[in-house]
Each structure stands twice: as structure tokens, then as C-alpha cells.
Design a binder for this molecule. Sequence first.
Ligand SMILES: O=C(O)CCC(=O)C(=O)O
Length: 287
Amino acid sequence: MLSQDEIDRYREEGYLHLRGVFHAAEVDELREACTQASLRRELTERGYEERIVFLHPLTTKHPAFKAVGADARIVERIAALLGPDIQLQQSKLATKPPKAGKGAFHWHQDFAYFPHTNTDLLAVFVMLDDSTLENGCLHVAAGSHKLGLLDHTKDGRFSGGVSDAARCVDPARVVALEGKAGDVTIHHALTLHASFNNRSGRERRGLIYQYRAADAYQLDGRVFDDSGWQVRGCAPERIRCEAGTLPVYKRSYNGREFDIAWHQEGPAAKAWAGTEVRKLKPGAARA
Ligand SMILES: O=C(O)CCC(=O)C(=O)O
């Protein structure tokens, strides 16, 4: 359970650092799961020695990763922040390349990647290695979740990073989330965060579980095999919408452009896009 002080701090600062949530033996088991041949192969194919790699959907890759996704030490705590009904939105292994000077990830808000009808979403980061400045620990801009959704475009396209980091990130409020393997950090989906190059020569691994209040309905971005896994409570009978407007982006993934509203356009409608439509003369529909 989170204390009232932790809940208040999360609301104010947009992040929390919980120390020693997973024991050494549990961390060892999770590290062991990272050594399985299929996962190492995927990492190699994705060039993990040169760049930061995110392997989705983590919960399907080993039972130990799935168990963490529904672990009461996480889920019961975040129920104090998201409410009783919670779904996983995505899960991934995040690896920083061991090669020194690689693996930076720009300032961004997670919500820009997968807007929902409300902003009750958060990321849980489980440290598999001690996280330090040297190996590229996560940094958050405290209080930045209160800025609302910021622009993430460059030349009119979704860029993955906040457009004007110099203006949006207050250096006085940047916190480096240094911690020990087994620690857990939580950040709000609107909290600006980034991580910098790994200078250690060793891998830096973390498990990232993104959760949402079950009544937050995904409007855009990728859907994974484990998206929508109900880890606590019930599936919603109603969707909750926050007033406001959301930008619509052209996005690409692995060099392939895909459209927004991924789940609202059938394949036939997609195929017909841009083809000639027979125009009715004014009044013809009533004739
Ligand atoms: O793994 C990291 O250091 C960065 C991860 C991150 O920012 C994200 O997944 O949103």
C-alpha cells in the first residue's frame, strides 16, 4: 500500500521512488529470464549493443515477467493512484547498450505515444541493474505532469520527443532516479522524462509496465498482445473522458507509416482511401 504522504507526493511531483520492492532472489530470477535464448536473439536482432531497445510484449516472454505485471506489491500500490479497476496498457524490457556513449532517450511524455480518453495512466519501472548516472538512469522533471500534453512534433510529424525541451524542462526540477536493483519507480503518463547515454560499459536493464485506469480508452498509438490485460478489478462498463482536445499525428514505426485511429478503420475502408467516390447530385438522395 502507498502511504498518504506517497500519494500526495505523486500527485504533486508526478513520480515516486519505492526502494527494495523486489528481493535479490527475485531480481536474480528476472535476470535469468532475460538470458533465455529467444530473448537474447531478439535483442541481438534489434541491435541492443548499439541502441536502446524496447522488447514488447514482455509479459508474454516469460512467466516471471507476467507475474511481476500482476504482483500485488505493484498493483495494490497503484490502485491508490488509478482506482480499483486497472489494466496493463503495455509491457517491455528496456535495455541500454553496454557500449559507452550510447542509449540516450529524449525528453517525452508517454501519453503522447498512446493518448487515451483520460490521463489516468502511469509507468512502473523495475530496476534489474543498479541504476546510476553513469549507466543512464531515468530522469524525471518533477511536477511536469501538470503542464498537460505538450507538443511532440517536428515538421508537423510525431517525433517521439517533446518539441521544446529547453522551455518545458526546468533544470532545477530534474531528478535522476538512481537506485538499486529491485527498486521501483512510478511516473505519471504526462511526466516529462528522459535518460542519457550509458557510460558504464555494462548493460542497464529495466522492466517497464504501463498501466491505465480501466475506464481510460485508448485513442491512438500501438496495441500489443498484452494490452488490456485486466490486472485488478473489473472491465469498465463506461469510458471516462476528460474535456479537451488531442492532436492527431502521422506516426511511423519500423519505417512503416500507420494511421491514427488504428482500430476505427477497417481494411476495406483503408484500401478505398483516396479512390473515386461517386458523387450524388444535390437532392439526389431524397429523389
Ligand atoms: O529505459 C529508459 O531509460 C527510457 C525509457 C523511457 O523513457 C520510456 O520507455 O518511456
